[in-house]
Design a protein around this ligand. Structure first.
Ligand SMILES: [Zn+2]
Length: 108
């Protein structure tokens, strides 16, 4: 097998299937990652420049389950949240913005 075919095969193996709560299970190429989910937007006038910079640029970046915002740009165009394991890329519970956040799978 050529090197190009091996690279393509590896890429296909690691493709995610993401369950859009509106459209169902779709290929990851139809989605864009938004940001860490559940980060509260602070009043910028109540923060120092250092606190504001920390809000803009510092996120949790855990090894394991991570709550994330995604948009189904090639489908319904809607935003939703999900849990994704940053090690295995396993997808956990999917939930809508402004609803209660479910626990990640190993804390259910
Ligand atoms: Zn959708």
């Amino acid at each position: 097998m050529s090197t190009e075919l091996q690279a393509l095969r590896i890429k296909i193996i690691f493709m995610l299937n993401i369950p859009c709560p509106y459209c169902g299970l779709r290929n990851e190429t139809e989605f864009h990652y938004g940001a860490e989910a559940g980060v509260a937007y602070p009043d910028p006038n109540a923060l120092t420049d250092e606190q504001w910079a920390a809000f803009l640029h510092i996120r949790s970046n855990p090894k394991g389950w991570h709550a994330e915002r995604w948009v189904h740009f090639a489908g319904c165009g809607r935003w939703f949240n999900l849990w994704r394991n940053t090690i295995t890329h396993e997808i956990g519970p999917v939930y809508l913005p402004f609803t209660s956040k479910p626990n990640p799978p190993d804390h259910a």
